[in-house]
Design a protein around this ligand. Structure first.
Ligand SMILES: [Zn+2]
Length: 268
C-alpha cells in the first residue's frame, strides 16, 4: 500500500492510496480533480473509489468532476451533503479494495457526518494508516462546527485514541506549525513539541501525537494546569476555546483609519 501525499489549495492535503499489486487506487478528499488525475496517470493506476471525510468544499468539491470523468467511481462518505455520494457508510463498516482494507470510523463534531478511515493491507507488516480529515490534526484537533465537546472527546479518546500506536496519521490540513506553537504555550516544558519549519509533516503516528498533541493529553497535569480544569471533557472544552482565541490576534485586520492613526498619518 503506497500513500501519495498531495498538497492542494492553501493548506489542504488529498491522498491517493495505491494497491501496488493490482494497480488500483482510491483517493481521500480529492478536492482538486485535475491534480489527482495527473498523478493517477503518472502512477499508471486505475482509480476506483473516493473516500470523503466530510462535506466541506475544500474536501468534497472535486467529487462531481471526478464522477463525470470516471462514471464507474464509487463515492463513500457518512453525510448526504457529500456531492456524488453513492455509498453511505456507517461506523465500523469495513470496505475492501483488493488488498487494501478500510474501516469507517464515525467521528461527528467538526461536521455531523464526519468519517475517518482506518486502512491496512492484507499480508503486510507495514503500519496501518488513518485518514482523519478535520477531526485530528498533527498537534491539534478540528473545530466543533456541528457537534459537542462530548462528541469530540469520544472521537479522540475512544475512536482514534484506541487505534494501534504505530498507526500513521494522515490529516486534512497542514496546520502543524500553528498547532505546535499552541502546544508549547499549553505545555512549555514539553520538549516533544516538534517544529519542522515549512516541511510537510504528514504522516505522524498516534504514539507521537500522544507525546505532544495537547488534545490527546487531557489527563496530563500540565494541560490541566493550563486549563484550570481536571475533568477531561472540561479540559477539552477550555483547550478548544483557547485555541480559537489563539489564532485571532494574527488574523485581526485594522480598519484603515486606525492604521493611519498608528502610522501618524492622521492628526486628530
Ligand atoms: Zn472541514
Amino acid at each position: 500500500m503506497k500513500v501519495k501525499v498531495i498538497s492542494v489549495l492553501e493548506d489542504n492535503y488529498m491522498y491517493l492510496v495505491i494497491d501496488e499489486q493490482s494497480k488500483e487506487a482510491i483517493a481521500i478528499d480529492p478536492a482538486v480533480p485535475h491534480r489527482l488525475l495527473e498523478i493517477v496517470s503518472r502512477e499508471g493506476v486505475r482509480l476506483t473509489a473516493l473516500l470523503t471525510t466530510h462535506h466541506h468544499w475544500d474536501h468534497a468539491r472535486g467529487n462531481d468532476a471526478l464522477v463525470k470523468e470516471l462514471p464507474e467511481l464509487r463515492v463513500y462518505g457518512g453525510d448526504d451533503r457529500i456531492p456524488g455520494l453513492t455509498d453511505k457508510v456507517t461506523h465500523g463498516q469495513e470496505l475492501k479494495f483488493n488488498a487494501i482494507n478500510v474501516r469507517c470510523l464515525f467521528t461527528p463534531c467538526h461536521t455531523s457526518g464526519h468519517m475517518c478511515y482506518f486502512t491496512w493491507e492484507d499480508d503486510c507488516t507495514d503500519s496501518p494508516a488513518v485518514f482523519t480529515g478535520d477531526t485530528l490534526f498533527i498537534g491539534g484537533c478540528g473545530r466543533f462546527f456541528e457537534g459537542t465537546v462530548e462528541q469530540m472527546y469520544h472521537n479522540l479518546t475512544e475512536v482514534l485514541g484506541t487505534l494501534p500506536l504505530d498507526t500513521k496519521i494522515f490529516c486534512g490540513h497542514e496546520y502543524t506549525i500553528k498547532n505546535l506553537k499552541f502546544a508549547s504555550l499549553v505545555e512549555p516544558e514539553n520538549e516533544k513539541a516538534r517544529d519542522d519549519d515549512d516541511k510537510p509533516t504528514v504522516p505522524s503516528t498516534l504514539l507521537e501525537e500522544f507525546e505532544y498533541n495537547p488534545f490527546l493529553r487531557l489527563s496530563e497535569e500540565s494541560v490541566q494546569k493550563f486549563t484550570g480544569k481536571t475533568d477531561p471533557i472540561e479540559v477539552l472544552r477550555v483547550l478548544r476555546k483557547e485555541k480559537d482565541n489563539f489564532k485571532k490576534p494574527k488574523e485581526r485586520v485594522l480598519p484603515h483609519a486606525m492604521l493611519a492613526l498608528e502610522w501618524g498619518l492622521l492628526r486628530p
